[in-house]
Design a protein around this ligand. Structure first.
Ligand code: PRT
Ligand code: MG
Length: 217
């Protein structure tokens, strides 16, 4: 749980998640004291006297929430599936930062070959999905620019998230299989959920009321 018990700390990441989260938080009376784009600050006060916001790397959000350095956070399902920490509850699908996790390759790549090399940062999810779908694979772990791997012979295929598909197209790759639809989730530290329930519940209720209607991915 975050240090001060009458306060609530929310962990977000810059970019898509921040953009999608801000209107939902605003509906709960939580607005940033300054625009994070104009600042190098990582910790922000808000219009809600009991709430502060941390801006960290997307992949670090589950860790901060799990260890109670933040009480609440927003993280992509893709990130949650790869994470080993378990000190939080996944409370709500916020239906923001939506995208798809796909298997992609050059159009002519033979995906039936005995040991398929797949470049990805989604190592666990890729292993699980490939095992369930009969692909024998070797995983090449990358942290970014996955699209490059098939173009330079580092891998036969990639597993990555896509939204518009422009990045794949511009690199001459095509979707070979759809793995799953992804959206961002509201996660809450287990202890905070108990101890700060009076602070958390009304915020969750207002977020829920402000959420966009269900759309299929
Ligand atoms: O960038 P960083 O290494 O700090 O972390 P991150 O990539 O996890 O963070 P961020 O902010 O880029 O993404 C946060 C979350 O947004 C992810 O965990 C996903 O749940 C979600 N999301 C939604 C996406 C996309 N859409 C998306 N398009 N994450 C990444 N992308 C990438 C995609 O892989 C491609 O390289 O954006 C690029 C553009 O996509 P196209 O298909 O529109 O061209
Ligand atoms: Mg990114």
């Amino acid at each position: 749980m975050s240090v001060e018990s009458g306060k609530l700390t929310i962990a977000l990441s810059k970019g898509r998640i921040l953009k999608g989260s801000l209107p939902l938080l605003a509906a709960a009376g939580i607005e940033l004291s300054e625009a994070p784009a104009d600042s190098r600050k990582l910790l922000f006060a808000t219009s809600h006297p009991q709430v502060r916001i941390l801006i960290i790397r997307a992949s670090d959000v589950p860790t901060f929430v799990s260890y109670g350095a933040a009480d609440m956070g927003v993280a992509g399902k893709d990130v949650l599936l790869e994470n080993d920490v378990s000190g939080f509850y996944e409370m709500m699908d916020l239906q923001i930062a939506r995208c798809r996790l796909v298997l992609a390759s050059r159009p002519d790549a033979d995906l039936g070959k005995p040991c398929l090399k797949i470049a990805t940062k989604y190592v666990k999810t890729t292993r699980d999905w490939c095992a369930a779908h009969g692909y024998q694979i070797e995983v090449v772990r990358l942290y970014g620019s996955m699209e490059l791997a098939p173009l330079v012979g580092l891998a036969d295929a990639i597993v990555d998230v896509m939204e518009s598909g422009n990045t794949l197209r511009e690199n001459g790759l095509v979707v070979r299989d759809h793995i799953m639809g992804i959206s961002s989730r509201l996660i809450i530290n287990r202890a905070s959920m108990k101890v700060k329930t009076g602070l958390i519940k009304p915020i969750m209720k207002k977020i829920s009321a402000a959420m966009p209607d269900e759309v299929t991915c």
